[in-house]
Design a binder for this molecule. Sequence first.
Ligand code: UD1
Ligand code: CA
Length: 475
Amino acid sequence: MTGNNLAIIVLAAGQGTRMKSRLPKVLHPIGGRPLVGHVLTTAGRLAADHVEVVVRHERDQVVAALAKDYPDAVFIDQDEVPGTGRAVQVAIDAIPDFDGDVLVLSGDCPLADAGTLGSFLDEHRATGAAATLMTAVVDDPTGYGRVIRDTDGGVDRIVEQKDASADEAAITEINAGMYVFRAEVLRRYLPQVGVDNAQGEMYLTDVPGLLRAAGDKVAASVVSDVSVTYGVNDRAQLALVGRLLNERIVRHWQLEGVTVIDPATTWIDDDATLAPDVTILPNTHILGATKISEGAIIGPDTTLVDCEVGEDAIVRRTDATLAVISAEATVGPFSFLRPNTVLGAKGKIGAYVETKNAEIGEGSKVPHLSYVGDATIGRGVNLGASTITANYDDVNKHRAVVEDEVHTGSHTTLVAPVRLGAGAKTGAGAVVRKDVPAGALSMTVAPQRNVEGWVEKNRAGTNAADAAARARVAE
Ligand code: UD1
Ligand code: CA
């Protein structure tokens, strides 16, 4: 498609004042990635010779957020001269020998996909124009630069919202902020761009007008799907663009064979992967690099972050991060799986159970009201209701080891470090402070004492005392 002779400049130096945020605008995430990360992911698919990211506002934070995931991107520092024109100028100056096509993208426009940009580039190359702008006709052009056409329909210039007359502001064809220029055109015209405008900035959008005045041809590519042009300038647009991205991701997985019962309340990050015949029930968030295998049923009301879910597993009303849930295991409802939980095949983590740094073997069950932290649980184990690992002594964390086929009684407390040998059992309420040999029964028993008649004597007149009296008469 595009091959080489292409440089991509991604503008990411602005503060994003309208976001009213501590976080630089281009780092606000949608679909599990910063806005500018989506632009760089797309840029990576276009096989460019250069990918440059222009930074200035909170530059260290922006670079730190992107450098690892986008090792091929080169960060270029914009100086104190403000404006998109200056941003492109410093980037083009950093590749003085490059003389191909320059695709300029905005770090705040994350929805332009590689297919759209590839066709855009092809169109530019086919017409031989000095520059091609992407434009769209929208219902509400507020905030965008307007495309002013001359009498024969060609592009005359772009006027920014803040510099537009009332007539110009009424134009609904907007500049999408994505352009292809021949490098030489930028080198020639950017030095002529001034800051004499409402914002006192060097506008990249002045270049088409300058080209036109010099008799060069400026082409416009009008996109039919206007959503690819949507930019994020404020939080309302952030939500809109995030929803559109999510719709696209959900639809992708639906076409790959995933049943999504309610797309409107299902959120799937860009890095997640889902196999055919997965079913997602409403209000479910599949985040990070979560991977879900065939036949698994997830939700409703479930959040999975960087999890792995095996074939035919069932995960209901659960919050899990960095957990592995193996094939045919069941989790939920109301389970909280913290990092490094590994649940074996056919295992179960049930209602009101919290786990952390815990390996739970094949077929083992933690069905009710438990905390299992820093533990290694073998196969075929059943931890009775409300079994708790006491893993923390206020100074250090300790590990509990529970070998295969152990069954613990309700309300067992495992005071770690401790080991329960294979097949061992504990009585209800056991507080296990010492290792239990394989096959032993461990009990912590104080003799039970019943004080006859205590209630009638000490709680006379209560419902309990009356009930007790009636029961004795009936005997
Ligand atoms: C810009 C266009 C406008 C277009 C709109 C499309 C200009 C002057 N205006 O307006 O015609 O309709 O995009 O979304 O270009 N940036 C820098 N350095 C700067 C200033 C901005 O790198 O000095 C970056 C920002 O981080 C952002 C992008 O350039 O990613 C666009 O800047 P923004 O301020 O959002 O421009 P708009 O007002 O949206
Ligand atoms: Ca913008």
